[in-house]
Design a protein around this ligand. Structure first.
Ligand code: ZN
Ligand code: ZN
Length: 411
């Protein structure tokens, strides 16, 4: 009998006829509720009379029809650190079922995975700028999100730069080129559409709406940070509003576009003293970094005092016990309104009645949220395509001591 070994590239799985793994039995049926995929055994429940549990357990709470849920996936720095604080990433979920990512910084997709979302619905990301702490998790969303259930292209919104090579379109094109070996080899295993990315680049000088769909409006406006090409965003939907500040020196556009907003997120960088002490940065450079290309805590407080948002959120520093008190003290010199200096995996629920701030209780070690029927049926290349990917002389090196199971017939 002629021996055929077919390894599905990227997955490393060998298909076997009659394998129980292939059977679409009851056990493997996805848990779909109102068109959204949930982990097995979970049914989200409505919150009654505004009584939220003390902590948020992902996939247990239904959003109200006018409710917004914002989750901090990452609040830290570009430095490689241990797990407590990833870089920048914010996840916004609306009562109409829409989901948005603002920034996809290093490590943030790991925190998104802990929420066990329906990955097919997490396909829109709005990048504030192209520093790694804001977009360094791109490959994890692009490829990991695809593996986890996305069967539509990823849509990346981001600013232009002062020249084409410094813009979001070039960033996406270069990422796609960089991961060519990876994605080429996954074409038989995974839905073809999920392996694509659409870049929506807009002018970094833009002021106004860049996205409008299903009642959701997202506007962009310029920020001042290192090079041309840092921006901030404002999301409006049904009276709810979320403003997300990219890295910036305090700027007039933020003061204009964050007017009358509910949740206002702005960077609240280290004090110069803290930066000098933590990283050994010479003091003049520490002043320059914290106060000329970022926003230090006292300036953050001034901004919020002027804006008076429903709730102010500061991030982009380490909330360690020897750092946080100095940041709070500095902010409170200039702002006495509602405030969170955020760490990772905090959640803000916003309704007409209240803004609820909580911690998230999520398992560290969870499997992805299964996949939908639509994902399983989505078009992919037939397995035979993969048999041609390895050269005959390399294929000839297969160890004869192993006999693979025969390839199954088309199902
Ligand atoms: Zn940053
Ligand atoms: Zn930056």
């Amino acid at each position: 009998m002629k021996r055929i070994t077919l390894v599905l590239a990227g997955l490393g799985l060998v298909l076997a006829a009659g394998s129980p793994a292939l059977a679409q039995d009851k056990k493997s049926m996805p848990n779909m509720i109102d068109g959204t995929l949930y982990p097995k055994g979970y049914t989200p429940m409505p919150i009654k009379n505004g009584n939220y549990p003390r902590v948020y357990s992902p996939n247990t709470e239904q959003l109200g029809p006018d409710e917004m849920r914002v989750i901090a996936l990452g609040t830290g720095m570009p430095n490689v650190t241990t797990g407590k604080q990833k870089a920048s990433g914010w996840y916004v979920e609306l009562g109409n079922g829409e989901k948005f990512l603002f920034d996809v910084g290093n490590g943030t997709m790991e925190n998104l995975a802990k929420l066990r979302p329906d990955w097919h619905k997490v396909y829109r990301v709005f990048a504030s700028h192209l520093h790694a702490d804001h977009v360094g998790g791109f490959a994890e969303l692009y490829i990991g999100g695809w593996m986890n259930g996305r069967y539509r292209p990823l849509e990346f919104y981001g600013p232009s730069g002062s020249e084409p090579r410094l813009g979001s379109k070039a960033f996406v094109e270069n990422q796609v080129k960089t991961w060519a070996w990876d994605t080429e080899g996954r074409r038989t295993g995974f839905p073809i559409e999920g392996g694509k990315v659409i870049a929506h680049e807009f002018d970094f000088r833009n002021e106004g709406v860049i996205f409008e769909e299903n009642g959701v409006k997202i506007s962009s406006f310029p920020a001042i940070h290192v090079l041309d090409g840092s921006v901030s965003y404002r999301l409006d939907w049904k009276g709810r509003s979320f403003v997300f500040g990219g890295d910036t020196y305090p700027n007039k556009w933020f003061m204009k576009y964050a007017q009358n907003a509910e949740l206002v997120v702005h960077e609240c960088f280290f004090t110069p003293e803290t930066l000098a002490e933590l990283l050994g940065t010479p003091y003049p450079q520490a002043v320059f970094i914290t106060s000329y290309i970022h926003t230090p805590p006292e300036a953050f407080g001034k901004i919020m005092s002027e804006l008076k948002p429903r709730h102010a959120i500061g991030y982009h520093f380490w909330t360690w016990h020897d750092v946080l008190p100095a940041s709070i003290e500095a902010v409170r010199k200039t702002y006495d309104g509602p405030l969170t200096l955020a760490h990772d995996m905090m959640v803000w629920n916003v309704t007409d009645e209240q803004v609820v701030v909580r911690e998230i209780f999520a398992d560290e070690n969870v499997a992805p949220t299964s996949t939908s029927i639509a994902y399983r049926k989505a078009k992919r290349e037939p397995p035979e395509v993969a048999t041609k990917w390895i050269s005959p002389d390399i294929n000839a090196g297969k160890w004869e001591g192993y006999q693979p199971p025969p390839l199954p017939k088309k199902q």
